[in-house]
Design a protein around this ligand. Structure first.
Ligand SMILES: [Cu+2]
Length: 66
């Protein structure tokens, strides 16, 4: 089990939080997700950073590791 913290660009409201949370939860290996405005995400599990970034990019957000 690893924890990764991301800085997410592009979230502006609770809709974004829900969309980003759902996108991250759908990545294989992800077990727990916490997303907060304005730009915070924490992911627990075994997913690759690149897979998390790709999932967020599909929703219109960009992310890098904190
Ligand atoms: Cu929004």
């Amino acid at each position: 089990m690893a924890t990764m913290e991301l800085k997410v660009e592009g979230m502006t409201c609770e809709h974004c939080v829900r969309a980003a949370t759902a996108a991250l939860q759908a990545v294989p290996g992800v077990e727990k997700v916490e997303v907060r405005l304005p730009d915070f995400a924490r992911v627990e599990g075994s997913a690759d950073l690149s897979a998390l970034q790709a999932a967020l990019r599909e929703e219109g957000y960009t992310a890098e590791q904190r």
